[in-house]
Structures are given as C-alpha cells and as structure tokens.
Design a binder for this molecule. Structure first.
Ligand SMILES: Nc1ncnc2c1ncn2[C@@H]1O[C@H](COP(=O)(O)OP(=O)(O)OP(=O)(O)O)[C@@H](O)[C@H]1O
Length: 237
C-alpha cells in the first residue's frame, strides 16, 4: 500500500467512561512525518491507541485517505493501512524471531521476510532465538519489523527508543527515517527524546492534558524555546 493521508477530526476518547483526549484534530499528509510530544501522562499513547481502535471512542472521526475508519475494529483498521508499534513491544517471547515474523506475514509469501532481514540484519542473525532471549533493542526491531510486514500506509510508533543504548537509538532512528523517506508510508512518532524527534519530523504537535496545546512546523517549534520549556519542561538545542 502506498503512503496514506491520516486525518483526525475532533477526536475525543478515553478508558471506559473516563475522558482523556478532548476534541483533537490533526492532519498528516501522505508520506508526511509527524512527531507527538508532551510530558508524561498527557495522552500521547492514548492518541495512538485510539487511532487503532483500542480505547473507548467518545466522539470525532478518523480517516485514512478518504476512508472513515472510526467505526472499524482494530484488525479492520490494520487492513485499511494502519500499523501500530506499541510502547510495550509486541513480541511473542516463547516464539523464535522467525516465528514472530511469520505471524506478521498473514499468508503472504515467506520471501517477504528477506526484505525485513535486509532492513534489520541483526534479526537475520538472531532468527532462531526466542523473543525472550533478545535485548530490548532487538525486541524493538522485531516489533517494528513485524508491523512492517503488514505494509502499513500509516505507521504509528510509540516511543521506539525507550530504554535503548544511544548507539542502538542512532541505528533504529536511521531506519525509521529511511522508511519514512522512502515515501511508502506516513509516520506518526511519539518520542520523549526531543532532539531526535525534531530531527525526524516535518510537523509537531504538543499535547497537554488531552488537548493539542501547539501544532506547527518543526523549525517553528525550534524557534520558540520559551514555549517548549513551558510545554515540555525541557530546553532544546
Ligand atoms: N488502560 C488505561 N485505563 C485507564 N486509564 C489509563 C489507561 N492507560 C492510560 N491511562 C491514563 O490516561 C492518561 C494518559 O496516558 P497516556 O499513557 O496516554 O499518556 P502518555 O502521554 O503516553 O504518557 P507517557 O509519556 O508516560 O507514556 C493518564 O492519566 C493515564 O493514567
């Protein structure tokens, strides 16, 4: 599937009857790169989970290209082009790397595994190891690789760098940038490492208490240090 436009219009959602997201609107053009920033607990994960249909929807619309996916179950959203790599790293610990990848193939030819092994040579080396034997970085690669096998047109990444050594972060970020620049997918990245996140993105939204507190081009955010300090509690270079 080629990259798709993602549109979220006045989206409200939460857990059960508890509201977390309030009337959020955003658009990421096909092939665009959006970073979602915000302090802990403001609703970044909830936004991605809501786009995937994993929370309770309380209002608003989600579109992939012109298709309204709001009423669809999670598996149908995946079929419509949404791919999600959760913060929890979705890895089957008792299955080998290759068996984990098989589950992402969903009936497509086994030869497609070679594509992800080219992107992640480390996974090819570890193909017969169990998920539980992998390092955090390898588990993150596996979770991402499995999602990529679904050929998403919109990729949602939740803190892929969390807990990883800087050198692994560099490598993983390079891979994500390459994937985004290939033009084959639109990417939405939630990331706490602000510099890396800003290097990656064309556009940024900053969330505060379930609402979009700021949105705009990355260069503009870089020029607004005081605002960044106020919204995120950290400086940027
Ligand atoms: N499964 C859940 N059930 C009920 N409340 C939840 C659930 N998951 C998250 N929350 C609450 O929703 C709010 C937003 O959490 P969320 O994980 O979306 O924030 P976040 O910005 O991703 O934070 P972090 O940077 O710490 O991952 C928090 O108040 C959190 O306690």
């Amino acid at each position: 599937m080629p990259a798709a436009r993602l549109e979220v219009e006045r989206l409200s959602a939460g857990y059960g009857s508890v509201g977390i997201l309030s009337e959020m609107s955003l658009v990421v053009p096909a092939g665009g790169r959006l970073t979602v920033l915000g302090r802990n607990g403001v609703g970044k994960t909830t936004l991605l989970a809501t786009i995937m249909g994993l929370t309770s929807h309380q209002g608003g619309v989600i579109r992939v290209d012109d298709r309204d996916v709001t009423g669809l179950k999670t598996y149908a959203r995946a079929a419509a082009g949404l791919g999600y790599v959760p913060q929890t790293r979705d890895v089957f610990r008792s299955l080998t790397v290759e068996e984990n990848l098989f589950t992402g193939l969903k009936g497509r030819p086994r030869s497609e595994l070679d594509e992800v092994y080219t992107i992640f040579p480390r996974l090819a080396e570890r193909r017969h190891h169990n998920g539980a034997q992998l390092s955090g970085g390898e588990q993150q690669m596996l979770s991402l690789a499995r999602t990529l096998l679904g050929k998403p047109s919109v990729l949602l990444l939740d803190e892929p760098l969390e807990g990883l050594a800087p050198v692994i972060c560099d490598r993983l970020m390079e891979t994500i940038v390459d994937l985004a620049q290939s033009g084959e997918m639109t990417v939405v990245l939630v990331e706490q490492q602000i510099e890396r996140a800003l290097d990656f993105a064309d556009d940024v939204i900053v969330i505060e208490r379930g609402r979009i507190a700021w949105s705009g081009r990355t260069e503009r955010l870089r020029g607004e240090r005081e605002l960044v300090d106020a919204l995120l509690g950290v400086g940027i270079g």
